[in-house]
Structure formats: C-alpha cells, structure tokens
Ligand binder design. Structure first.
Ligand code: FCB
Length: 487
C-alpha cells in the first residue's frame, strides 16, 4: 500500500515516465467537457440543458455557482490563447465535447447553424495548431426537455440521441475522424440521482455511484439505453459510409476488498464489478449482459428494460475503440447487519493515499488495461480521462502552482500505462483530465483538476508544475517522481 513519502521514495527509482515506448502516432492529449468550460450559456441560440437548470436555476452547487461564465472557453479570443498553451505543452490531441443544446437547442427540433459554425471554427483552430480533435458528442448535458421526458430512462432516448449523432456526423465528419459518443454512463446516472435528491432537500451521504437499493433499477435501465443509443449512432455512421472511428468513454472502477474480507464482502464486490464494469464490456465485446447481474435484477423483479437482442445489437455495432476513464478503484464491503444479498458499501481504507476521486492506485490502472487485453480481446483503447485533484493543493503563490501530488499521480499512472503497453495492451492515446481547472459539476469550482490553473475572477491562466512535467513526458524526456519536487 502506498502513501505519502513512502510512495515518493519507492517509486522514484523505478518510474521513468518517458514517451519512448508508446506506439507511433500515440495521442498525447488533455480533455474537457462543454458545460464545464464554455460559459456563454445564452450565446448563439443555445437551448437549456439539465445542468443550466440544476446550477443556474436551482443552485445545486451552492449560491452563485453557475456555468454562465465557467472558464470562458466558448470565446474565440480566449480559446485561441488556450490552444497556444496546448501547443507549448506539446499536446497532439484534444478531447472536448459539443453541447447538444447548442446544436439542437430543444433537443429534437431544428439545427442551429451558428453553433455548428462555432465548433467548426474551433476544430479548424485546433488543427491549425497541429492538434487532433477527439470529439465527444455527449458529456452529461441532456437537453432539459428530454430530461423532463425521462432522459436515459426512457427507451426513446435511443432515437433522440441517434438523430443528434446523425446531425453531428453530417456537419463534422469532414473535419473529424474520431468521435466519443457518450461519456461515463454510470457516473452521469449517479450524479443525476444526487442532483434529484438535492432538489428535494435531501442529501446522500455517499454518491450512488455503486448503485444499490432503489437506484439499481434506474441505473441498469439507463445503462442499457445508453449502450443502445451508442449502437444506434454507430449504425447510422456505418450506413452513411463516414470514415473514422467511434468509441464510448467508460469509467472503469477496479473493485477491491480489504484484507480479511468475508464471503459476503467478496460476493458483493463481484456484483459491483458486474454492474459497473462487466455490464458494459460484456455487452460490447461478448454480446451478452453478465448473467449474475441479470439474475440479481430478476430476483428483485426489477424492470430494467433489457429486451431480447439488445446486447447483441450493442456488440454488432462494433465500436472502433474503447475509451477508458480511470481515476481510482473502489473498496467494497457488505453493509453490516444487512440481510439482503448485494448490500454493498464503499469504504476508504486508512492506509490509502486519497485524491478527490478515490485511492491513488496506478497498479490498478495496469490491472484494468491488462484485464481488457486478456478478457475482452485486446481492443484498441484510448485513455479518454485520467487525472486527479487533491484537497488544498492548488495554491497560486508567486505566480506558480506546485501541484506535486497531481504531478506524481500523472507520472505514476503514465508509467503504469507504459508498462501495460510493453506487456501488449493496445493503448493508442492518453488524455489528462483536465487541461484546465473548471466547473466540477455538483462540487462547483472548488475541486480543481487542471494542469492549467484558472483564476476564476480574471480568467488568467497559469500552467502548473504538472503541465510542465507532462510536456516533458510528451517530448520524451526521462521523467521520474523526483522531477515532481516543488521549488
Ligand atoms: C469524470 C467526468 C469529468 C470530470 C472528472 C473529474 O467523472 O467525466 O467530467 O468531472 O470526472
């Protein structure tokens, strides 16, 4: 188990996160998402998404926390300066998302050409800087009217999304040849459950990211519809003969138990793995949903709307790459005194170093990449998100931000990825979450994840230590943990 200084000294000798042994044309990038960075929520005819409702109208992230400015990334004067910073960093790839409510303001009606023009210009500007766009179609910003109609719980969402995807392909496939269809189904559904709870004035002690109890039905149903929506979009892409490849960005959580785990702990952990990880991978690469999760749903008489042929359709859509978002594993145990089978709870063992999104465990990143290699036929993988934030770390002092823990996190995870590549994992790209500090959903602006510090009052950018070190890794320098020292 790693923590603090021990991690630094033990790994310093071994971890040389050079760019030497990644495949040719490897994508070295960073990522962001429309609502978290763009601001300009009323510009160019944008419609309202569920996040405009949650934050601007209902203030679910606290008073005054709004996406109306964010980091001002919709503004061309601003984003051109940001692209210049990306170029100086050495990025050759940038993952960003298009807001559905800009392209089709009410979700299903006419196409808004001003928004199309904006994103076409942005892509042109990125490419002029030598940066390849990796375009996400949907990063959680469901049009408000569609959310009110049930969102992903409604099977019609498959057609809503397919039509939106067709509009994106028709307008951008001459400029872009790789699209991420949908971001993080499991975390989106959990965040929505949290938001709805807050709307009712209730607070959940833990985010329902491990769906259990009343949330299991909603979650499995939504996951199936999201996968079907991705399959439908891929069918349209193929039918029109567009050139390029599609994927979805899935957040995988290696599921661990602690020492002395009981059989009940282990059984619950196995089911959590089934729900969060195998549910998606089995459908995509085996054409079936995991039998243990289907049995759990059947035993509980849940209506999860899995119909005959659904999993086969997802498999047959043949997505071209797997987008992996990795932050941390989960430690699971069976709730004390719970009589029901599958009563999991997340625990945070004391001996783990903790980032905002959980334990810092690069070894589990390797384990995940090698599991995909061994159990799912080694598909092409793009790391669509990896990164971290640490309580109180990002302080701007004398014009510098020495984000030592983020720097160590990146060096160690890139090292773990390189080791897995050396052992045959088919990883073709890596994107840090995030390029900039930005609006972290229900946490507002206080959880910073960026390599570029943003002063939210002035919009001034300051690349942090992690940016400098990531740039060196991209350039092929021999970087180890000791390079993350602050001066
Ligand atoms: C992921 C989300 C991303 C951001 C990071 C910290 O779950 O995809 O938008 O919130 O976490």
């Amino acid at each position: 188990m790693k923590n603090g200084m021990l991690a630094l000294s033990m790994t310093a000798v071994m971890n040389m996160a050079t760019a030497a042994d990644v495949p040719d044309n490897f994508l070295w990038g960073a990522a962001s998402a429309a609502y978290q960075v763009e601001g300009a929520t009323n510009k160019d005819g944008k419609g309202r998404s569920v996040w405009d409702y949650y934050l601007d109208e209902k203030h679910l992230a606290g008073p005054g926390i709004s996406g109306s400015v964010a980091i001002n990334f919709y503004d061309r004067d601003q984003y051109l300066k940001d692209i210049q910073l990306f170029k100086e960093l050495g990025l050759n790839s940038y993952r960003f998302s298009i807001a559905w409510t800009r392209i089709i303001p009410d979700g299903q009606g006419p196409v808004n050409l001003r928004a199309v023009a904006h994103y076409r210009q942005f892509i042109t500007d990125l490419k002029a800087a030598g940066i390849k766009p990796l375009v996400t179609l949907y990063h959680w910003d469901m049009p408000e009217s569609l959310s009110a109609a049930g969102g992903w719980e409604n099977r019609e969402s498959v057609e809503w999304f397919q039509r939106y995807a067709e509009v994106i392909f028709a307008n951008f496939s001459d400029q872009v040849d790789q699209f991420v269809l949908i971001n993080e189904p499991t975390v989106e559904v959990a965040t929505k459950i949290m938001a709805e709870k807050r709307l009712k004035g209730e607070e959940l002690t833990l985010p329902p990211i491990v769906p259990a109890g009343p949330y299991l039905e909603t979650s499995l149903k939504s996951y199936n519809h999201i996968l079907l929506a991705s399959a439908a979009a891929a069918e349209s892409f193929k039918a029109k003969g567009y050139k390029g490849r599609l994927g979805i960005a899935l957040p995988f959580f290696p599921v661990l138990t602690t020492e002395n785990a009981s059989d009940k702990d282990k059984a619950d952990a196995r089911l959590v793995d089934g729900i969060l990880n195998r549910w998606f991978l089995d459908a995509m690469y085996k054409g079936s949903y995991p039998a243990d999760v289907l049995k759990l749903a059947a035993d509980r008489h849940l209506n999860i709307d899995v119909q005959p042929g659904d999993a086969e359709r997802i498999h047959d859509a043949g997505l071209g790459f797997l987008g992996i978002n990795y932050y941390a594993p989960f430690f699971i145990r069976h709730q004390k005194n719970a009589s029901e089978v599958y009563s999991p709870e997340i625990i945070f063992p004391k001996n783990e170093k903790l980032a905002f999104n959980g334990a810092v465990r690069p070894d589990q990143f390797s384990a995940l990449l090698e599991r995909v290699r061994d159990e799912y036929g080694n598909p092409p993988v793009i790391i669509t998100e990896n990164g971290a934030g640490f309580e109180g770390e990002d302080q701007l002092t004398n014009g510098k931000v020495n984000d030592v823990n983020r720097c160590l996190y990146l060096v160690d995870h890139i090292h773990a990825m390189r080791e897995s590549i050396a052992r045959g994992a088919n990883v073709q790209g890596y994107h840090v979450w995030s390029s900039h500090d930005n609006l972290e959903w229900l946490s507002g602006y206080k959880s910073r994840f960026g390599m570029i510090y943003v002063d939210y009052d002035t919009q001034k950018r300051t690349p942090k230590l992690s940016a400098e070190i990531y740039g060196k890794i991209i350039r092929g320098e021999n970087i180890s943990d000791v390079d993350c020292k602050s001066d």
